[in-house]
Structure formats: structure tokens, C-alpha cells
Ligand binder design. Structure first.
Ligand SMILES: Nc1ncnc2c1ncn2[C@@H]1O[C@H](COP(=O)(O)OP(=O)(O)OP(=O)(O)O)[C@@H](O)[C@H]1O
Ligand SMILES: [Mg+2]
Length: 302
């Protein structure tokens, strides 16, 4: 049985491109820059978009997925660690060295964001090797991430751990659901998004059947993303969802708008890097703060 010591937020939606990685990074930045938390991001997606955003993946045309995690700046030859230390290592019995990001003391920040990066080939190997295994082996793999992230040391080092997950329900995704005690589901306000939402609600419900009352996976809510509030289709879809789903929807004013300010952060070498360093009047920054503050309030003040 897992002992839940850390605060772990999983960002979930099996539909691709809805904003999981974007929402994960906005919340990490808000938590560290605005809410004074030390944050760990964990990239559990074989595409490794979070790793690329925070520390840059290394292009490797020969490797599966075409990318390798970067060499760790502090790697000193320790045989228990990998020189390209990454989260897949824990599934092979190794420890993981988190990478520092630009949000660190050296750059004038009081609190930090660190990341345990992904590894396309190794994450894919774990997913395909354990996809059809059942019983004991499956349970072992599914619990491994939680066993690691809820260790005393990790719980003491980080105020918040954010799991970015990929768009499929593979063993790594299941291990993220098992490890988390909070979940958020970003989605785009379109009719067809309901399918993905319902699938995620079922995943959370069935996970909670297997947990005790004091260790439930708490759904913070559904976070609308890429919202164009001046369009009828978005306005009416959101209204319909509020009526149908009620309290599990984020409040009406808490959402991320469609804005180029989000994809612009992906450009290498761009400055400022964080959405919380652009103009305070910018709607993307204001709405990011509203999402960040809603999530912080749920996790730390409830
Ligand atoms: N609010 C937004 N406004 C404009 N573009 C956005 C917004 N949110 C996300 N995007 C862009 O949409 C694309 C998909 O977003 P993102 O990568 O966050 O989705 P995802 O759910 O993580 O995707 P995947 O399932 O592939 O991991 C990215 O190019 C991102 O920059
Ligand atoms: Mg993503």
C-alpha cells in the first residue's frame, strides 16, 4: 500500500493537444513565482514536451522518438544514476537526479522549479513491456512512481509535484493516476471534448474505489483552455458543461484564453520566459494567475 506524503497534482486528459503541458507549466510557474512554493515537474509523456520546454531535449535522430534527455549538469559518474538522468530510471531500479530550470536562485528567484525529465525510448519500452501484464507485475509497476515520489526526502524537498501525462492510458499513465492525490483535467470547450472528459472521470472514479477515504484522488476540476469567449460556440458549450457537470467545472471566470502568449513560450531563447513576467495587463497572464490561484487555494487552503 502506498503512503501518500507528497502533494502530487496529475494533469490528465487522454485527448491530445488540449493543453496538459501548457497548464502544467503555468501552474508550476504560478506556484514558484507567485505562491512561493518549491515545485517539481515530472514528465511522464513519451513526447517529452515538458522536458523540452523546461530544459531542452537533445536532438538524436537515431534514437526512438528522435530525442534524448540532456546530460545532467551535476552528473559525477555515480553508477546508481544515469548521466542523462530521467524519470524512466526508477522503473529500472535507479534513482533520479532532477534538473534545475531557469526558475532557480541563480536567476534571482526565491523558490525553484526542478524537473525530472522524460526519456522517449525508455518510457515507450516500459509502456509496451507492461501493457498486457496483469496481477503482481502490473501492480508493482503501477505503484513504483508513487513509492518513489512519496518518499520522505522528496515530500520534504518539494511543496508541490506536478505530473504531466501523455494522451494515452498506458502503464505510465496508470502509475501517474496512482501516485497523485490531486487531478486537473484541461479541455477545449467543444462538443466532442465531452468524450475525453467522461473517460477521465471514470478513471478517477475507479481509482478512488481502490483507495481509503483519507487518500482519495481529489479532482480539483475541469479547466477550460484555448477559450475564445467572444464566440457563441465556446460560450454555449461552457454554459452547457456548467449545467451538466456543476461543481467539478472550474468557476466561470477561471480558464485560459486562446492566446499566442502560450505557444510563444516554447521558442528557444525567448525573454521573458514565464507568463508571469509579461505585462501584468495581458489577458493571458491575468487568466493564468486566476487558474494558478484557484489550484493553489484548493491544494493548500482546503
Ligand atoms: N491557451 C492557449 N492558447 C493558444 N495556444 C495554446 C493554448 N494552450 C495550448 N496551446 C498550444 O496548443 C498546443 C497543444 O498544447 P499542449 O502541448 O499544452 O497540449 P497537450 O494536451 O499537452 O498535448 P499532448 O496530448 O500532445 O501532450 C501547443 O502548441 C500549445 O502551445
Ligand atoms: Mg503534453
Amino acid at each position: 500500500m502506498l503512503t501518500y506524503r507528497s502533494k502530487i497534482l496529475a494533469v490528465l486528459n487522454q485527448k491530445g493537444g488540449v493543453g496538459k503541458t501548457t497548464v502544467a507549466s503555468v501552474i508550476a510557474e504560478y506556484a514558484a513565482i507567485v505562491a512561493n512554493k518549491n515545485v517539481l515537474v515530472v514528465d511522464l509523456d513519451m513526447q517529452c514536451n515538458s522536458s523540452d520546454y523546461w530544459v531542452g531535449m537533445e536532438s538524436a535522430p537515431q534514437a526512438t522518438g528522435g530525442q534524448l534527455p540532456p546530460l545532467h549538469p551535476d552528473y559525477d559518474g555515480d553508477p546508481d544514476l544515469d548521466s542523462r538522468s530521467n524519470i524512466a530510471d526508477i522503473f529500472f531500479g535507479k534513482a533520479v537526479l532532477p534538473h534545475p530550470t531557469y526558475i532557480q536562485a541563480e536567476n534571482g528567484f526565491k523558490h525553484t522549479v526542478e524537473i525530472m525529465v522524460g526519456h522517449p525510448a525508455l518510457l515507450e519500452r516500459i509502456n509496451s513491456e507492461y501493457d498486457n501484464s496483469s496481477g503482481k507485475i502490473a501492480a508493482l509497476i503501477i505503484d513504483r512512481l508513487g513509492d518513489f515520489l512519496h518518499m520522505d526526502d522528496i515530500a520534504k524537498t518539494y511543496d508541490l509535484i506536478i505530473l504531466d501525462t501523455g494522451p494515452s492510458r498506458n502503464p505510465i499513465f496508470r502509475s501517474a493516476v496512482r501516485a497523485a492525490n490531486y487531478a486537473i483535467i484541461p479541455f477545449e470547450p467543444e462538443e466532442k471534448s465531452l468524450q475525453g472528459i467522461n473517460a477521465m472521470l471514470q478513471v478517477i472514479q475507479s481509482e478512488n474505489f481502490s483507495r481509503g477515504d483519507d487518500t482519495q484522488l481529489n479532482l480539483i476540476g475541469l479547466c477550460p483552455n484555448k477559450v475564445r469567449s467572444n464566440t457563441n460556440i465556446h460560450r454555449s458549450t461552457l454554459e452547457m458543461l456548467h449545467q451538466e457537470l456543476g461543481g467539478i467545472m472550474f468557476p466561470a471566470e477561471v480558464y485560459l484564453p486562446q492566446s499566442t502568449a502560450f505557444p510563444e513560450r516554447d521558442l528557444k531563447g525567448i525573454s521573458p520566459r514565464s507568463i508571469f513576467q509579461i505585462s501584468a495587463q495581458h489577458v493571458a497572464r491575468k487568466q493564468s494567475a486566476s487558474v494558478g490561484s484557484y489550484v493553489m487555494n484548493y491544494i493548500f487552503n482546503k
